[in-house]
Design a protein around this ligand. Structure first.
Ligand SMILES: Cc1cc2nc3c(=O)[nH]c(=O)nc-3n(C[C@H](O)[C@H](O)[C@H](O)COP(=O)(O)O)c2cc1C
Length: 393
């Protein structure tokens, strides 16, 4: 693990990324860090934030800053939700539990992936009193999907987040070169693993690499390794996912329902019409369709069309508090943070994840001060420069 001193010295998320790269094996780091194919969308996500400019107000008499905001109708300390990410146990021991507790302490929701290392029940027990959301991949076997939904309900999850943009796995070429075959690391990757002693002791000893906790009950006895789980899920991914699936989920899930991966205004409207409580404008952090539009670029049209019919979250490319400010100004209620949290987790476990939050919080606060805006609830496009390309529609 990176030392407490090294975590404190990390000035920003990019520094945490470097610490993560030093600590976890290359195959694990590249799984987190990479995107699909030529990573055009992943790069465009960052460029989109760079292209939006803030127009600061001066002499605004800012004596305090209010970064709280309502997320899904409930007050949240920050406009942040931890994004669902699979296989967190590969970055740090009990990685899902570390992220869940970090979110609990920070006062915002944690979204657990279907492909988490820990089970739904373990996460629920780790964040009693917190906001536990469960991300669902719709599977071909409806009985299994239903069982996962029931488990999320029984565990007290506040929201179900249906991922719509992964009906087939994105082509992550950067990830593939570490494998000689399915689940089989190359010799080079194995030697690299052997050189990461602190990671091996934390993650692999004494029980071996983590699997996918939620899937164990659906796999044959003795076949619950990560590769068994990965095979199962790729065979089960349902490319026939449609709006009927959303209506079906709406009929069996009585709490908050979110659809993640929406990029077009008409899809956002279709979701709202089916009783969805929130959408996540997302291109999956550039890990699915390379060449897809940026989520920040898609946000203004979606926000305008929805006109308050349901809440809007945004992810893909958030690395700075200033990015959060821009997303909120353009109409998002909150952002989901994927890699920004994972770099912290990979660098230093729970302490590293907390450092990610601290960095984002401090940056957002400073951005608001310098922008002359004291309340997140009141910022809108007037906080941005009219010459920002996204406002020129
Ligand atoms: C390592 C990793 C694993 C992910 N696993 C999932 C997943 O299981 N389900 C899901 O809906 N999205 C998954 N995502 C996508 C995130 O939820 C989110 O959309 C993305 O990370 C946002 O982009 P950002 O990383 O630039 O913040 C994953 C992303 C990463 C980086």
């Amino acid at each position: 693990m990176a030392s407490a001193r090294a975590l404190t010295r990390a000035r920003n998320i990019s520094d945490l990324r470097e610490l993560a790269q030093l600590r976890v094996p290359r195959f694990s780091f590249e799984y987190v860090d990479g995107g699909a194919e030529d990573e055009l969308t992943m790069a465009a996500n960052r460029a989109a934030f760079a292209g939006v400019q803030i127009l600061p107000r001066q002499l605004a008499g800012i004596s305090s800053i209010d970064m709280s905001i309502d997320v899904m109708g409930e007050p949240s300390a920050l406009p942040i939700v931890v994004a669902p990410t699979g296989y967190n146990g590969m970055l740090a021991k009990d990685g899902d539990l570390a992220l869940a507790r970090t979110a609990l302490d920070a006062g915002f929701p944690f979204t657990q992936s279907t492909m988490s290392s820990s089970t739904i029940e373990e996460v629920a027990a780790a964040m009693v009193g917190g906001r536990h959301w469960f991300q669902l991949y719709m599977l071909k076997d409806t009985a299994i999907t239903k069982r996962l939904v029931e488990r999320a309900l029984d565990a007290g999850c506040e929201a179900l987040v249906l991922t719509s943009d992964a009906i087939v796995l994105g082509n992550r070429e950067g990830d593939k070169h570490n494998y000689a075959g399915p689940g089989k690391l190359t010799w080079r990757a194995k030697i690299d693993v052997a050189s990461r002693l602190s990671w091996v002791l934390d993650v692999v000893v004494p029980h071996g690499p983590p699997g996918f906790g939620n899937l164990t009950e659906f796999l044959p006895k003795g076949q619950s390794s990560a590769i068994d789980g990965a095979r199962f899920i790729s065979a089960q991914m349902d490319s026939a996912l449609s709006w009927e699936s959303v209506s079906w989920l709406r009929s069996i899930w009585p709490r908050k329902l979110v659809v993640k991966g929406i990029m077009r205004a008409e899809d956002a409207l279709a979701a709202a019409e089916r009783g969805v409580d929130a959408i996540v404008v997302s291109n999956h952090g550039g890990r699915q369709l390379d060449g897809a539009a940026t989520s920040l670029g898609a946000l203004p049209a979606i926000s305008k069309t929805l006109d308050g019919r349901c809440e809007i979250f945004l992810d893909s490319g958030i690395r700075r508090g200033g990015d959060i400010f821009k997303a909120v100004a353009l109409g998002a209620n909150a952002v989901l943070c994927g890699r920004a949290m994972l770099y912290g987790l990979a660098a230093g476990g729970a302490a590293g994840a907390s450092r990610s939050v601290e960095i984002l919080r401090t940056e957002l606060e400073r951005t608001m001060m310098l922008a002359g805006q004291n309340s997140l609830r009141r910022i809108d496009t007037s906080a941005l420069c009219e010459r920002s390309p996204l406002l020129r529609r």
